[in-house]
Design a binder for this molecule. Structure first.
Ligand code: FES
Length: 166
């Protein structure tokens, strides 16, 4: 009788242990798939090859929650978070500018202020290029350009706003 109870208790514990292991394995796999890929700098996110970022264009890097753009030889990483109240700011291909859908702030391709309630231009992250690959340091945020500062690129809107208002 006692042996029967011991066997039942053992099977029950083994079953619970197996279920717990399967749960842990699933959680580990999910975390491993979803976590941002970090570069050798710890807070850095490995992104794309530098030659993928075209002059005059913008590349979104969702793992870094940032955009990459180029001015000559310089690569600039722009945080996608609006400095006003934190909405994600999409890049409007047809106008060639960033347009915040929440309260209408507009920024040029470098994230410099154009209009709206934002207190400054879009914030930036330091970048580093190693073996032709861009690493974005998402742990460090540099405040965007001053609201009153002149734009450093001469790129007026290329077409109508995605919001249809600018
Ligand atoms: S959050 Fe972007 S303008 Fe308000």
């Amino acid at each position: 009788m006692n042996e029967h109870i011991d066997r039942r208790a053992f099977v029950s514990k083994a079953w619970k242990g197996g279920v717990a292991l399967i749960g842990l394995a699933g959680a580990w796999t999910s975390w491993d798939l979803l976590r941002p890929r970090r570069g050798p700098g710890g807070g850095e996110v490995r992104t794309v090859a530098a030659d993928v970022v075209p002059e005059g264009g913008v590349v979104e890097v969702t793992a870094a929650r940032a955009y990459l753009t180029r001015v000559g030889d310089e690569i600039v990483a722009i945080s996608e978070k609006c400095p006003h109240l934190g909405c994600r700011v999409p890049f409007c291909e047809q106008s060639g500018q960033f347009e915040c859908p929440c309260h209408g702030s507009v920024f040029n391709r470098l994230g410099e202020y154009r209009e709206g309630p934002t207190p400054r231009g879009m914030d930036r992250h330091p970048v580093r290029i190693e073996d032709g690959v861009i690493f974005v340091d998402t742990a460090r945020v540099e405040a965007g350009p001053d609201k009153g500062a002149p734009e450093t690129i001469d790129e007026p809107p290329a077409g109508p706003s995605c919001a249809g208002e600018h």
